[in-house]
Design a binder for this molecule. Structure first.
Ligand SMILES: Cc1cc2nc3c(=O)[nH]c(=O)nc-3n(C[C@H](O)[C@H](O)[C@H](O)COP(=O)(O)OP(=O)(O)OC[C@H]3O[C@@H](n4cnc5c(N)ncnc54)[C@H](O)[C@@H]3O)c2cc1C
Length: 354
Protein backbone atom coordinates (compact mmCIF):
# COMPACT_ATOMS: atom_id res chain seq x y z
CA UNK A 1 0.00 0.00 0.00
CA UNK A 2 1.32 3.41 -0.89
CA UNK A 3 1.24 6.36 1.45
CA UNK A 4 -2.06 8.26 1.74
CA UNK A 5 -2.08 11.42 -0.35
CA UNK A 6 -3.15 14.64 1.36
CA UNK A 7 -4.94 17.07 -0.90
CA UNK A 8 -6.15 20.57 0.00
CA UNK A 9 -9.71 20.62 1.37
CA UNK A 10 -11.10 22.27 -1.78
CA UNK A 11 -9.78 19.66 -4.22
CA UNK A 12 -12.53 19.18 -6.82
CA UNK A 13 -14.25 15.82 -7.15
CA UNK A 14 -14.17 15.91 -10.93
CA UNK A 15 -10.94 14.69 -12.52
CA UNK A 16 -8.77 17.30 -14.19
CA UNK A 17 -9.53 16.13 -17.73
CA UNK A 18 -13.27 16.56 -17.27
CA UNK A 19 -13.37 20.04 -15.71
CA UNK A 20 -14.88 22.19 -18.42
CA UNK A 21 -13.61 25.54 -19.61
CA UNK A 22 -16.58 27.88 -19.18
CA UNK A 23 -17.23 30.52 -21.83
CA UNK A 24 -19.68 33.36 -21.21
CA UNK A 25 -21.02 34.43 -24.62
CA UNK A 26 -21.85 32.57 -27.81
CA UNK A 27 -21.08 35.21 -30.42
CA UNK A 28 -18.27 34.81 -32.93
CA UNK A 29 -15.65 35.30 -30.18
CA UNK A 30 -17.05 32.73 -27.73
CA UNK A 31 -17.86 30.23 -30.48
CA UNK A 32 -14.51 30.54 -32.30
CA UNK A 33 -12.74 30.02 -28.96
CA UNK A 34 -14.95 27.03 -28.13
CA UNK A 35 -14.20 25.35 -31.45
CA UNK A 36 -10.46 25.81 -31.07
CA UNK A 37 -10.42 24.60 -27.44
CA UNK A 38 -12.50 21.54 -28.31
CA UNK A 39 -10.17 20.74 -31.20
CA UNK A 40 -7.29 20.89 -28.70
CA UNK A 41 -9.04 18.40 -26.42
CA UNK A 42 -10.60 20.64 -23.74
CA UNK A 43 -14.17 20.10 -22.55
CA UNK A 44 -16.15 23.31 -23.09
CA UNK A 45 -19.49 24.74 -21.94
CA UNK A 46 -20.85 28.00 -23.36
CA UNK A 47 -23.39 29.99 -21.35
CA UNK A 48 -25.22 32.77 -23.15
CA UNK A 49 -28.47 34.65 -23.40
CA UNK A 50 -28.33 34.60 -27.23
CA UNK A 51 -27.19 31.58 -29.19
CA UNK A 52 -26.28 31.00 -32.86
CA UNK A 53 -29.40 31.43 -34.99
CA UNK A 54 -30.88 34.12 -32.69
CA UNK A 55 -31.67 37.52 -34.19
CA UNK A 56 -31.75 40.02 -31.36
CA UNK A 57 -30.20 43.32 -32.50
CA UNK A 58 -27.90 43.32 -29.43
CA UNK A 59 -26.34 40.03 -30.60
CA UNK A 60 -23.70 41.59 -32.88
CA UNK A 61 -22.50 38.38 -34.50
CA UNK A 62 -25.82 37.86 -36.27
CA UNK A 63 -25.54 41.16 -38.13
CA UNK A 64 -21.91 41.67 -39.19
CA UNK A 65 -20.92 42.43 -42.80
CA UNK A 66 -18.68 40.44 -42.24
CA UNK A 67 -15.52 41.26 -44.14
CA UNK A 68 -11.92 40.55 -43.34
CA UNK A 69 -10.38 43.98 -43.72
CA UNK A 70 -6.87 44.88 -42.43
CA UNK A 71 -7.51 47.37 -39.62
CA UNK A 72 -5.47 50.58 -39.68
CA UNK A 73 -3.78 52.01 -36.58
CA UNK A 74 -3.23 48.71 -34.78
CA UNK A 75 -0.19 47.16 -33.09
CA UNK A 76 1.91 44.34 -34.64
CA UNK A 77 0.40 41.91 -32.08
CA UNK A 78 -3.11 42.74 -33.24
CA UNK A 79 -2.06 42.44 -36.88
CA UNK A 80 -0.87 38.96 -36.06
CA UNK A 81 -4.32 38.10 -34.66
CA UNK A 82 -5.84 39.25 -37.94
CA UNK A 83 -3.28 37.18 -39.84
CA UNK A 84 -4.30 34.01 -38.00
CA UNK A 85 -7.97 34.77 -38.65
CA UNK A 86 -7.16 35.27 -42.32
CA UNK A 87 -5.45 31.87 -42.49
CA UNK A 88 -8.33 30.06 -40.78
CA UNK A 89 -11.02 31.79 -42.82
CA UNK A 90 -9.13 31.05 -46.04
CA UNK A 91 -8.97 27.36 -45.11
CA UNK A 92 -12.71 27.30 -44.43
CA UNK A 93 -13.44 29.06 -47.73
CA UNK A 94 -11.34 26.48 -49.59
CA UNK A 95 -12.39 23.33 -47.74
CA UNK A 96 -15.80 23.92 -46.12
CA UNK A 97 -18.26 25.88 -48.25
CA UNK A 98 -20.96 25.19 -45.61
CA UNK A 99 -19.01 27.56 -43.32
CA UNK A 100 -20.37 30.50 -45.35
CA UNK A 101 -16.86 31.91 -45.94
CA UNK A 102 -16.03 33.07 -49.49
CA UNK A 103 -12.99 34.44 -51.29
CA UNK A 104 -13.80 37.71 -53.10
CA UNK A 105 -11.96 40.57 -54.81
CA UNK A 106 -11.54 43.79 -52.88
CA UNK A 107 -11.03 47.37 -54.03
CA UNK A 108 -10.09 49.99 -51.48
CA UNK A 109 -9.99 53.71 -52.19
CA UNK A 110 -8.23 56.09 -49.85
CA UNK A 111 -9.13 59.78 -49.55
CA UNK A 112 -5.77 61.05 -48.23
CA UNK A 113 -2.21 59.74 -48.69
CA UNK A 114 -2.07 56.76 -46.31
CA UNK A 115 -0.48 57.30 -42.88
CA UNK A 116 2.40 55.06 -41.81
CA UNK A 117 0.07 52.77 -39.85
CA UNK A 118 -2.68 52.52 -42.48
CA UNK A 119 -4.51 49.37 -43.58
CA UNK A 120 -1.89 48.97 -46.35
CA UNK A 121 -0.08 46.53 -44.00
CA UNK A 122 -2.58 44.02 -45.43
CA UNK A 123 -0.18 43.63 -48.38
CA UNK A 124 1.96 41.36 -46.15
CA UNK A 125 -0.68 38.64 -46.17
CA UNK A 126 -3.51 39.18 -48.64
CA UNK A 127 -3.18 37.46 -52.03
CA UNK A 128 -3.00 39.42 -55.29
CA UNK A 129 -2.27 42.76 -53.56
CA UNK A 130 -1.68 45.52 -56.11
CA UNK A 131 -1.41 49.29 -55.79
CA UNK A 132 -3.86 50.89 -58.19
CA UNK A 133 -2.50 53.28 -60.81
CA UNK A 134 -3.99 56.75 -61.31
CA UNK A 135 -6.98 56.27 -63.59
CA UNK A 136 -7.85 52.96 -61.95
CA UNK A 137 -9.56 54.74 -59.05
CA UNK A 138 -11.93 57.73 -59.08
CA UNK A 139 -10.05 61.04 -59.30
CA UNK A 140 -11.30 62.38 -55.93
CA UNK A 141 -9.18 59.75 -54.15
CA UNK A 142 -5.49 59.94 -53.34
CA UNK A 143 -4.69 56.26 -53.99
CA UNK A 144 -6.09 52.76 -53.77
CA UNK A 145 -5.29 49.08 -53.84
CA UNK A 146 -6.86 45.81 -54.86
CA UNK A 147 -6.47 42.39 -53.25
CA UNK A 148 -8.24 39.15 -52.52
CA UNK A 149 -10.09 38.97 -49.23
CA UNK A 150 -12.55 36.85 -47.27
CA UNK A 151 -16.17 37.52 -46.44
CA UNK A 152 -18.18 35.54 -43.94
CA UNK A 153 -21.94 35.14 -44.23
CA UNK A 154 -23.03 35.19 -40.57
CA UNK A 155 -26.43 33.70 -41.42
CA UNK A 156 -24.53 30.52 -42.38
CA UNK A 157 -21.39 30.80 -40.28
CA UNK A 158 -22.94 31.01 -36.80
CA UNK A 159 -25.18 27.91 -37.31
CA UNK A 160 -22.18 26.11 -38.88
CA UNK A 161 -20.06 26.91 -35.81
CA UNK A 162 -22.81 25.76 -33.43
CA UNK A 163 -23.01 22.45 -35.30
CA UNK A 164 -19.21 22.05 -35.20
CA UNK A 165 -19.08 22.81 -31.46
CA UNK A 166 -21.84 20.33 -30.66
CA UNK A 167 -20.25 17.63 -32.85
CA UNK A 168 -16.95 18.11 -30.99
CA UNK A 169 -18.73 17.58 -27.64
CA UNK A 170 -19.25 21.21 -26.62
CA UNK A 171 -22.40 22.20 -24.77
CA UNK A 172 -24.58 25.32 -24.98
CA UNK A 173 -26.63 26.56 -22.03
CA UNK A 174 -29.08 29.38 -22.70
CA UNK A 175 -29.02 31.58 -19.65
CA UNK A 176 -28.59 35.24 -18.79
CA UNK A 177 -26.28 35.84 -15.83
CA UNK A 178 -25.86 39.06 -13.87
CA UNK A 179 -22.20 38.53 -12.96
CA UNK A 180 -19.20 36.23 -13.49
CA UNK A 181 -19.79 35.23 -9.85
CA UNK A 182 -23.06 33.59 -11.00
CA UNK A 183 -20.97 31.37 -13.27
CA UNK A 184 -18.51 30.43 -10.53
CA UNK A 185 -21.53 29.24 -8.53
CA UNK A 186 -22.88 27.22 -11.48
CA UNK A 187 -19.53 25.52 -12.12
CA UNK A 188 -17.66 25.10 -8.82
CA UNK A 189 -15.31 22.48 -10.31
CA UNK A 190 -14.08 24.74 -13.10
CA UNK A 191 -11.18 27.09 -12.67
CA UNK A 192 -10.90 28.67 -16.13
CA UNK A 193 -13.59 31.12 -17.29
CA UNK A 194 -13.61 33.13 -20.51
CA UNK A 195 -15.59 36.35 -20.61
CA UNK A 196 -16.63 36.76 -24.26
CA UNK A 197 -19.82 38.65 -23.48
CA UNK A 198 -19.39 41.56 -25.92
CA UNK A 199 -21.44 44.54 -24.77
CA UNK A 200 -22.50 42.49 -21.72
CA UNK A 201 -19.20 43.49 -20.09
CA UNK A 202 -20.55 47.00 -19.66
CA UNK A 203 -23.19 45.80 -17.18
CA UNK A 204 -22.01 42.50 -15.61
CA UNK A 205 -21.85 43.41 -11.91
CA UNK A 206 -18.25 42.31 -11.35
CA UNK A 207 -16.92 43.62 -14.67
CA UNK A 208 -18.72 46.95 -15.34
CA UNK A 209 -16.10 48.05 -17.83
CA UNK A 210 -16.79 51.76 -18.33
CA UNK A 211 -14.75 51.80 -21.53
CA UNK A 212 -17.39 49.64 -23.25
CA UNK A 213 -20.13 51.34 -25.24
CA UNK A 214 -22.78 50.22 -27.73
CA UNK A 215 -22.16 51.47 -31.26
CA UNK A 216 -25.18 51.08 -33.49
CA UNK A 217 -24.70 49.87 -37.05
CA UNK A 218 -27.25 49.78 -39.82
CA UNK A 219 -26.82 48.15 -43.21
CA UNK A 220 -28.86 47.61 -46.34
CA UNK A 221 -28.93 44.16 -47.94
CA UNK A 222 -29.37 44.50 -51.71
CA UNK A 223 -30.23 41.35 -53.61
CA UNK A 224 -28.09 41.09 -56.76
CA UNK A 225 -26.17 38.49 -58.75
CA UNK A 226 -23.24 40.94 -58.96
CA UNK A 227 -21.83 39.89 -55.59
CA UNK A 228 -18.13 38.99 -55.91
CA UNK A 229 -16.35 42.31 -55.30
CA UNK A 230 -15.92 44.25 -52.10
CA UNK A 231 -15.57 48.05 -52.15
CA UNK A 232 -14.19 49.90 -49.20
CA UNK A 233 -13.81 53.61 -48.70
CA UNK A 234 -12.10 54.83 -45.59
CA UNK A 235 -11.85 58.43 -44.49
CA UNK A 236 -14.48 61.15 -44.13
CA UNK A 237 -17.06 59.04 -45.94
CA UNK A 238 -16.93 55.61 -44.33
CA UNK A 239 -18.65 53.40 -46.90
CA UNK A 240 -18.52 49.74 -47.84
CA UNK A 241 -20.10 47.31 -50.26
CA UNK A 242 -19.53 43.81 -48.88
CA UNK A 243 -20.46 40.91 -51.12
CA UNK A 244 -22.40 38.03 -49.62
CA UNK A 245 -22.22 35.51 -52.50
CA UNK A 246 -23.97 32.65 -50.75
CA UNK A 247 -27.02 34.81 -49.98
CA UNK A 248 -26.91 36.32 -53.51
CA UNK A 249 -26.51 39.93 -52.51
CA UNK A 250 -24.35 42.70 -51.11
CA UNK A 251 -24.28 44.57 -47.81
CA UNK A 252 -24.26 48.37 -48.10
CA UNK A 253 -23.01 50.55 -45.24
CA UNK A 254 -21.86 51.98 -43.07
CA UNK A 255 -22.75 54.06 -40.14
CA UNK A 256 -21.54 54.14 -36.52
CA UNK A 257 -23.78 55.70 -33.85
CA UNK A 258 -22.33 55.67 -30.36
CA UNK A 259 -24.76 54.97 -27.49
CA UNK A 260 -27.76 54.66 -29.81
CA UNK A 261 -29.89 51.60 -28.95
CA UNK A 262 -32.70 51.93 -31.47
CA UNK A 263 -33.57 48.60 -33.10
CA UNK A 264 -35.69 50.21 -35.84
CA UNK A 265 -34.09 50.95 -39.24
CA UNK A 266 -33.73 54.67 -39.87
CA UNK A 267 -34.83 55.10 -43.50
CA UNK A 268 -32.92 58.35 -43.94
CA UNK A 269 -29.69 56.50 -43.09
CA UNK A 270 -30.69 53.66 -45.40
CA UNK A 271 -31.25 56.06 -48.33
CA UNK A 272 -27.92 57.77 -47.62
CA UNK A 273 -26.11 54.41 -47.54
CA UNK A 274 -27.61 53.42 -50.90
CA UNK A 275 -26.57 56.78 -52.39
CA UNK A 276 -23.02 56.45 -51.05
CA UNK A 277 -22.74 52.84 -52.22
CA UNK A 278 -23.95 53.91 -55.67
CA UNK A 279 -21.24 56.59 -55.84
CA UNK A 280 -18.60 54.06 -54.76
CA UNK A 281 -19.68 51.10 -56.90
CA UNK A 282 -22.14 52.26 -59.60
CA UNK A 283 -21.66 49.04 -61.60
CA UNK A 284 -23.08 47.06 -58.64
CA UNK A 285 -25.52 49.42 -56.92
CA UNK A 286 -28.02 51.35 -59.09
CA UNK A 287 -29.14 54.80 -57.99
CA UNK A 288 -32.65 53.54 -57.23
CA UNK A 289 -32.68 49.79 -56.51
CA UNK A 290 -36.21 48.32 -56.57
CA UNK A 291 -37.73 48.18 -53.06
CA UNK A 292 -38.35 44.42 -53.30
CA UNK A 293 -34.58 43.84 -53.62
CA UNK A 294 -33.83 45.61 -50.35
CA UNK A 295 -33.93 44.63 -46.69
CA UNK A 296 -32.53 46.33 -43.61
CA UNK A 297 -30.13 45.23 -40.91
CA UNK A 298 -29.62 46.81 -37.48
CA UNK A 299 -27.03 45.61 -34.97
CA UNK A 300 -25.09 46.87 -31.98
CA UNK A 301 -21.31 46.73 -32.21
CA UNK A 302 -19.72 45.92 -28.83
CA UNK A 303 -17.19 48.76 -28.90
CA UNK A 304 -14.62 49.78 -26.33
CA UNK A 305 -12.65 53.03 -26.02
CA UNK A 306 -8.97 52.29 -26.63
CA UNK A 307 -9.76 48.96 -28.30
CA UNK A 308 -10.64 45.43 -27.27
CA UNK A 309 -9.57 43.61 -24.12
CA UNK A 310 -7.69 40.32 -24.42
CA UNK A 311 -5.94 39.19 -21.24
CA UNK A 312 -5.80 36.64 -18.44
CA UNK A 313 -6.09 37.36 -14.69
CA UNK A 314 -5.62 35.00 -11.77
CA UNK A 315 -7.98 35.32 -8.79
CA UNK A 316 -7.05 32.68 -6.22
CA UNK A 317 -7.38 29.30 -7.97
CA UNK A 318 -9.43 30.82 -10.75
CA UNK A 319 -8.33 32.24 -14.08
CA UNK A 320 -10.52 34.79 -15.81
CA UNK A 321 -9.73 35.40 -19.45
CA UNK A 322 -11.29 38.52 -20.99
CA UNK A 323 -12.03 38.82 -24.71
CA UNK A 324 -14.52 41.57 -25.46
CA UNK A 325 -14.90 45.01 -27.00
CA UNK A 326 -14.28 44.03 -30.63
CA UNK A 327 -16.45 46.82 -32.05
CA UNK A 328 -16.62 46.61 -35.84
CA UNK A 329 -13.89 43.96 -36.19
CA UNK A 330 -14.99 40.84 -34.32
CA UNK A 331 -14.97 38.61 -37.42
CA UNK A 332 -11.65 39.96 -38.71
CA UNK A 333 -10.01 39.16 -35.34
CA UNK A 334 -12.10 36.09 -34.38
CA UNK A 335 -9.89 33.07 -35.03
CA UNK A 336 -6.71 34.89 -34.01
CA UNK A 337 -8.36 35.72 -30.69
CA UNK A 338 -9.47 32.09 -30.36
CA UNK A 339 -5.87 30.99 -30.89
CA UNK A 340 -4.59 33.47 -28.28
CA UNK A 341 -7.25 32.35 -25.77
CA UNK A 342 -6.30 28.73 -26.31
CA UNK A 343 -2.68 29.53 -25.48
CA UNK A 344 -3.79 31.42 -22.33
CA UNK A 345 -5.95 28.46 -21.25
CA UNK A 346 -3.03 26.06 -21.72
CA UNK A 347 -0.78 28.34 -19.65
CA UNK A 348 -3.37 28.73 -16.87
CA UNK A 349 -3.97 25.00 -16.75
CA UNK A 350 -0.28 24.24 -16.61
CA UNK A 351 0.17 26.69 -13.72
CA UNK A 352 -2.77 25.08 -11.92
CA UNK A 353 -1.32 21.59 -12.17
CA UNK A 354 2.36 22.14 -11.52
C1 LIG B 1 -23.83 46.36 -38.87
C2 LIG B 1 -22.56 45.67 -38.44
C3 LIG B 1 -21.58 45.39 -39.39
C4 LIG B 1 -20.39 44.74 -39.00
N1 LIG B 1 -19.45 44.42 -39.96
C5 LIG B 1 -18.32 43.76 -39.59
C6 LIG B 1 -17.35 43.38 -40.57
O1 LIG B 1 -17.49 43.66 -41.76
N2 LIG B 1 -16.24 42.70 -40.15
C7 LIG B 1 -16.04 42.38 -38.83
O2 LIG B 1 -15.01 41.79 -38.51
N3 LIG B 1 -16.96 42.72 -37.89
C8 LIG B 1 -18.08 43.40 -38.23
N4 LIG B 1 -18.99 43.75 -37.27
C9 LIG B 1 -18.64 43.56 -35.87
C10 LIG B 1 -18.94 42.16 -35.34
O3 LIG B 1 -20.30 41.85 -35.58
C11 LIG B 1 -18.66 42.14 -33.83
O4 LIG B 1 -17.37 42.65 -33.54
C12 LIG B 1 -18.71 40.71 -33.30
O5 LIG B 1 -19.90 40.08 -33.70
C13 LIG B 1 -18.59 40.70 -31.78
O6 LIG B 1 -18.69 39.38 -31.33
P1 LIG B 1 -18.81 39.02 -29.80
O7 LIG B 1 -18.83 37.54 -29.74
O8 LIG B 1 -17.79 39.75 -29.03
O9 LIG B 1 -20.22 39.67 -29.32
P2 LIG B 1 -21.74 39.21 -29.58
O10 LIG B 1 -21.91 38.61 -30.92
O11 LIG B 1 -22.59 40.40 -29.29
O12 LIG B 1 -21.99 38.06 -28.52
C14 LIG B 1 -22.04 38.32 -27.14
C15 LIG B 1 -22.54 37.07 -26.44
O13 LIG B 1 -22.50 37.28 -25.03
C16 LIG B 1 -23.77 36.97 -24.47
N5 LIG B 1 -23.98 37.73 -23.25
C17 LIG B 1 -23.69 39.04 -23.03
N6 LIG B 1 -24.02 39.37 -21.77
C18 LIG B 1 -24.55 38.26 -21.20
C19 LIG B 1 -25.08 37.97 -19.91
N7 LIG B 1 -25.14 38.90 -18.96
N8 LIG B 1 -25.54 36.72 -19.66
C20 LIG B 1 -25.49 35.76 -20.60
N9 LIG B 1 -25.00 35.99 -21.86
C21 LIG B 1 -24.53 37.22 -22.14
C22 LIG B 1 -24.75 37.28 -25.58
O14 LIG B 1 -26.01 36.67 -25.36
C23 LIG B 1 -23.99 36.72 -26.78
O15 LIG B 1 -24.14 35.33 -26.85
C24 LIG B 1 -20.19 44.40 -37.64
C25 LIG B 1 -21.20 44.66 -36.70
C26 LIG B 1 -22.36 45.31 -37.09
C27 LIG B 1 -23.43 45.57 -36.05
Amino acid sequence: MGELQHYPADTPNVPFAQRPIIILGAGIIGCAAARQLLQNGFPVILVAEYLPGDQDFRYASAWAGAAWHPAGGISPEWRYLQAISHRQLLKMAQEEPESGVSIVDALEYVERPPAENSSAWGRTLAAKWRDLQPGEYPSEFSCGWSYETLVTDPTLHMPYLAKKITALGGQFIRKRVESLEDLYGMFPESSIFINASGIGSQTLKDVQDDLCFPERGQNVFYKTKNCRTMYFRNGQEYTYVIPRPMSHGVILGGVKQADNLSSEPDMEIARDEIARAHRLAPEIVPEHPPEDTLSYIVGIRPSRKGGFRLDSEQQGNRYILSAYGFGGGGYAFSYGVADALCKMVEKAERENVI
